[in-house]
Design a protein around this ligand. Structure first.
Ligand code: MSP
Length: 504
């Protein structure tokens, strides 16, 4: 193993089961985690559920449930859906886990010890769906600047966190680490806001008790964001000095949506500075999946559930579409036409049919046993080999859609190679050349399926087994596995059902 990689997703509110918007971050994290493992990196991948706060308390009350009952209903749904999406998470955290609650209190005590907490009156506005305080300055119309819903008037005696104290330190950190926030447009946005000044924030609520109690004042509960952010270290065992913590903190990347960037890129780092803990290395904010330009969300009533998409295009159809359709960081429409077009054309025609016709020819011309000819170089071979060094680079730049586009350029080259070389003609005229051509195609498919494994794991594994190979490439095996020429002589292929049957 070389190196470590700690990747996190936000903790999802348990007012509903996962929809494709929340599935997105989790799929991206999974692709990264799978690639890193293949590259020999030791990975810790954490996701989970955010279960405290007024939003949850109200959602539970609306259903005649206790908040805990609502949480217990939906938290297992998250696990189930992640499993159905082939998510290889290492740890699932719930903010109601006793160990997390203890960590939150321990963290809060540290911040108190620094003199960073004081009691004052909060008089302003609060957006319940976003669980955020909305200041008069940011929203003179009292509409939440993020979700555009009306905020509620709020007047409470609360505990405040001295965010303002960390303004200079935060700004220096941003200046010294231009890669701290991605994409760059978001970095600029946050830097401008920090330059404009940081104000102290209320970090407790007194109106309800569904939260972690404040140390030494059980009438107040800790604000749900202050509580939930701490999961990124409590998942590693904080406040204990565990091996996990030593190994994986600071996190390599917190993957999040753009709506929660401020909490992650300013409030969380300032909390960590106060507690004397190192800052995460990177926060990457992606865009929103929209439908007819509206964010997909439960409250908008335009939710699409993964299972409904899976029923049509399969797990890999969904994973591929989400990773390919929009450049990471931007918004994009989840359109049915685009989904079907990518599924039928790119997965079905370009990749699925390529495998099918290759195996059909190997069966027809070589009774299913592919001979290994003398190795020769070809333009196609160079194109396939040329992708390997780009993978890590594009991944580290979070350019998933570009990476897939590049892989598909090569897949199309393989198809073109078959059309140009015409194995059906060679079968009658030149057996030696036929061997070389079919071996080149099959070997290209083998290597391409390894490149695609993290994106479409089930299908990639099927390609390998249909080529007569073990379906898995082990951790740390990537570089060795993508070396050209490893399909053994006489390899027995096993044609299966089409990988991506056409959808009308
Ligand atoms: N509970 C907080 C996060 C706490 S992290 C310490 C929260 N939860 S959420 O369930 O509302 O949202 C979780 C994530 O899902 C956010 O990153 C949000 O951007 C993302 N998405 C929710 N709907 C989405 C889309 N329609 N498209 C893309 N991502 C979306 O915020």
């Amino acid at each position: 193993m070389t190196g470590q990689f700690y990747v996190t997703t936000p903790l999802y509110y348990i007012t509903d089961e996962p929809h494709i918007g929340t599935a997105y971050t989790t799929i991206v994290a999974d692709v990264l985690a799978r690639y890193k493992r293949l590259l020999g990196v030791e990975v810790f991948f954490v996701t989970g559920t955010d279960e405290h706060g007024q939003k949850i308390a109200r959602a539970a009350a609306a259903e005649g449930l206790k908040p805990r009952e609502l949480a217990d209903r939906f938290a297992p749904k998250y696990r189930e859906v992640w499993q159905s999406l082939d998510i290889t998470l290492d740890y699932f955290i719930r903010t109601t886990d006793p160990a997390h609650e203890e960590a939150v209190q321990a963290f809060f005590k540290k911040v108190i010890e620094q003199g960073d907490i004081y009691k004052a009156k909060y008089q302003g506005w609060y957006c319940n769906p976003c669980e955020r305080y909305v200041s008069e300055k940011d929203a003179p119309d009292h509409v939440c600047p993020v979700c555009r819903r009306p905020a509620e008037a709020l007047e409470e005696e609360n505990y405040f966190f001295r965010l303002s104290k960390y303004q200079d330190k935060m700004l220096s950190h941003l200046k010294e680490h231009p890669d701290f926030i991605g994409p760059t447009s978001r970095y600029n946005e946050i830097r401008n806001r920090v330059e404009a000044g940081l104000e102290d924030i209320s970090v407790s609520r007194s109106a309800f008790d569904w939260g972690v109690p404040m140390p030494d004042d059980s009438k107040q509960s800790i604000w749900v964001w202050f509580d939930a952010l701490i999961n990124y270290i409590s998942a590693l065992g904080y406040p204990k000095k565990t091996d996990l913590f030593e190994k994986f903190w600071p996190a390599d990347v917190h993957l999040i949506g753009k709506d929660i960037l401020w909490f992650h890129s300013v409030i969380w780092p300032c909390m960590l500075m106060s507690a004397g803990i190192a800052l995460p290395k990177k926060i990457y904010a992606h865009g929103w999946w929209t439908m007819n330009a509206d964010k997909i969300s439960k409250s908008k009533g335009n939710v699409i559930y993964p299972r409904d998409v899976i029923a049509r295009v399969g797990v890999d159809g969904l994973r591929y579409f989400m990773m390919r359709e929009i450049p990471f960081g931007l918004d994009g429409d989840f359109s049915n036409n685009a989904l079907l077009a990518r599924y039928n054309n790119e997965l079905g025609n370009d990749l699925g049919n390529l495998l099918l016709r290759t195996l059909t020819m190997i069966e027809k011309y070589f009774q299913g046993r592919l001979p290994r000819p003398a190795m020769e170089s070809s333009e196609l071979r160079s194109a396939v080999e040329g992708l390997a060094p780009q993978i890590e680079k594009k991944l580290d730049q979070y350019q998933f859609s570009i990476l897939l586009e590049k892989i598909w350029e090569v897949i199309r080259k393989v198809n073109k190679y078959i059309d140009q070389e015409k194995p059906w003609v060679l079968a009658k005229s030149d057996q030696e050349r036929l061997k070389t051509v079919l071996y080149t195609v099959a070997e290209s498919l083998r290597i391409i399926s390894i490149y695609l494994g993290p994106f479409i794991p089930e299908s990639a594994s099927k390609i390998l087994t249909q080529l007569g190979l073990p379906g898995e490439v082990g951790a740390g095996q990537f570089n060795q596995a993508v070396v050209w020429g490893q399909l053994p002589d006489g390899c027995l292929v096993k044609k299966g059902a089409p990988l991506f049957p056409k959808i009308e």
